[in-house]
Design a protein around this ligand. Structure first.
Ligand SMILES: Nc1nc2c(ncn2[C@@H]2O[C@H](COP(=O)(O)OP(=O)(O)OP(=O)(O)O)[C@@H](O)[C@H]2O)c(=O)[nH]1
Ligand SMILES: [Mg+2]
Length: 463
């Protein structure tokens, strides 16, 4: 399915004008192809890892002045001959150079094909290849850190050690099978139990880190929900520290949802300000806004339910509603914070007294005066991180890895069960192989072309 013998070419910089634009070629003929269109030194005679200034020409016509970088396989990103042509960053120039590469025998690279080749040539394993994509897509310090950790084989090393320990043991068990007549035990069962426990613990930790990993990679959506005039837009502005949303004392000011991102301790939050929800609106536009609010609430990872403490002094309706909402959110399994606003006007004493039953889940703020906003940010962060932000070590950020880890856990469980029930060695051996298979699937030691195709097709061209 993969043709790995062609020489491939792609523009590796994003589209649009830029100071430079880079065209990358990889394959046996990369140097020969560029040599045909390059006016300058004879590239065939140059050493690897060198830079050369010259022109790219189409016959007599100069297309651009460029710098060419030469890499000779296997010491290159893909493990093949690689040439990068740094042109001036004009879409037109880049397209002309691409055309010249095509007419001299290169073919357009498929999405992720450079990195696929690096994988196929053993320059990196799958977790590293995937980390390349994650690194390029990282928008926050934690996402960046997780990607770099994987790019530098952090995760691969964890898995390799697990695999090696398991393989050793499996070899001993298989040896026993060869001597089955003699009823000997080479594999010390107590040690094996210990090993399986250790592996289960390590795998469970990796799998558990995915909840956070997912958050790191994709960010957290936070819907700010509440009655009209509760101060939702004021809160959005206070969290962002800018006047993003219109604030007024007219109930029903916000009509549409407004989304902005906020970085708290390296995790990206997408804050969504919504139209205030009231039961008896007759305004068609407001009703549509309310519909969107409900939708935002249902889709959000976290809901901030904001209520007005001044109103709650006037009527018990508000606190009743807050208690009801709490039940609702809890039974829907939605993560939430209950936040009482306008504490500046209502007074903390009233607030603490009224909401003492749900005290641990409630925060009192003044969005207008920016009081307790830092505490609210902490609460948001803790809600998603829940004390498991590890500073070091692997955080699983990839759903594919998570899926495979679940299978590893299942097989470890089966191995242990088998031993508990004294099942024959050859059956235990099968479970061990299954476990090894799924460990190997993560790094790509065992894989199929279909799977690779699926993984790399999500990359962009030129990567
Ligand atoms: N005293 C006081 N007033 C506040 C506070 N926060 C917001 N307000 C006022 O409450 C009113 C409503 O604020 P908004 O932020 O527009 O309320 P909202 O929840 O977005 O309202 P809708 O968009 O209509 O649903 C404005 O007059 C704000 O100045 C606060 O912390 N203290
Ligand atoms: Mg508003």
């Amino acid at each position: 399915m993969f043709n790995l013998t062609d020489t491939i070419v792609a523009i590796s910089t994003p589209p649009g004008e830029g100071a430079i634009g880079v065209i990358r070629l990889s394959g046996d003929d990369a140097i020969a192809i560029v040599n045909k269109i390059f006016k300058g030194k004879d590239l065939a005679k140059q050493a690897a890892h060198t830079l050369h200034f010259g022109k790219i020409a189409d016959g007599e016509i100069t297309v651009d002045e460029v710098v060419v970088s030469l890499y000779k396989g296997p010491k290159s990103y893909t493990g093949e001959n690689v040439v990068e042509i740094s042109c001036h960053g004009s879409d037109y120039v880049l397209q002309q150079v691409m055309n010249l590469c095509f007419s001299n025998g290169a073919r357009m690279a498929r999405a992720g094909e450079f990195t696929l080749r690096a994988f196929m040539k053993g320059k990196m394993d799958l977790t590293q290849a995937e980390a390349v994509a994650d690194l390029i897509a990282s928008h926050s310090a934690t996402a960046h850190k997780a990607a770099i950790h994987n790019l530098r084989r952090g995760f691969s090393e964890d898995l390799k050690q697990m695999r090696e320990q398991l393989i050793q043991f499996s070899a001993l068990i298989e040896l026993e099978l060869d001597f089955s007549q003699e009823d000997v035990e080479f594999a010390d069962r107590t040690k094996f139990y210990e090993l399986i426990d250790r592996l289960t613990h390590a795998t469970q930790q990796l799998a558990d880190s995915f909840r956070l990993g997912n958050v790191i990679k994709n960010g957290v959506s936070v819907a700010i929900i509440g009655r009209p005039n509760a101060g939702k837009s004021t809160l959005l502005n206070a969290l962002l520290n800018e006047d993003r949303a219109i604030v007024s004392d007219i109930a029903g000011t916000t009509r549409d949802t407004i989304e902005e991102t906020l970085n708290i301790n390296g995790i990206l939050f997408r804050l969504i300000d919504t139209a205030g929800i009231r039961e008896h609106s007759v305004d068609v536009i407001e009703l549509q806004g309310i519909e969107r609010s409900v939708e935002a609430m249902n889709k959000a990872d976290v809901v901030i339910y904001l209520f007005d403490l001044v109103e709650s002094r006037k009527s018990k309706d508000i606190s009743d509603e807050v208690f009801r909402k709490k039940e609702e959110l809890e039974s829907a399994g939605i993560k939430y914070l209950l936040v009482g606003n306008k504490a500046d006007e209502a007074g903390e004493a009233h607030a603490t007294e009224t909401f003492k039953n749900i005290h641990s889940k409630t925060l009192f703020i003044s969005a207008k005066n920016k009081n307790n906003i830092t505490e609210l940010k902490h609460a948001l962060y803790n809600l998603v991180a829940q004390g498991q932000v590890k500073q070091e070590g692997t955080i699983v950020t990839n759903a594919r890895h998570y899926g495979a880890l679940q299978e590893v856990l299942k097989s470890l469980h089966d191995i242990k069960n088998g031993m508990d029930n004294d099942i024959p060695g050859d059956l235990i051996s099968l479970d061990i192989r299954r476990c090894l298979y799924f460990l190997g699937e993560i790094t790509g030691e065992v894989t199929t072309e279909d799977k690779l195709d699926y993984i790399f097709s999500k990359f962009c061209i030129g990567k």
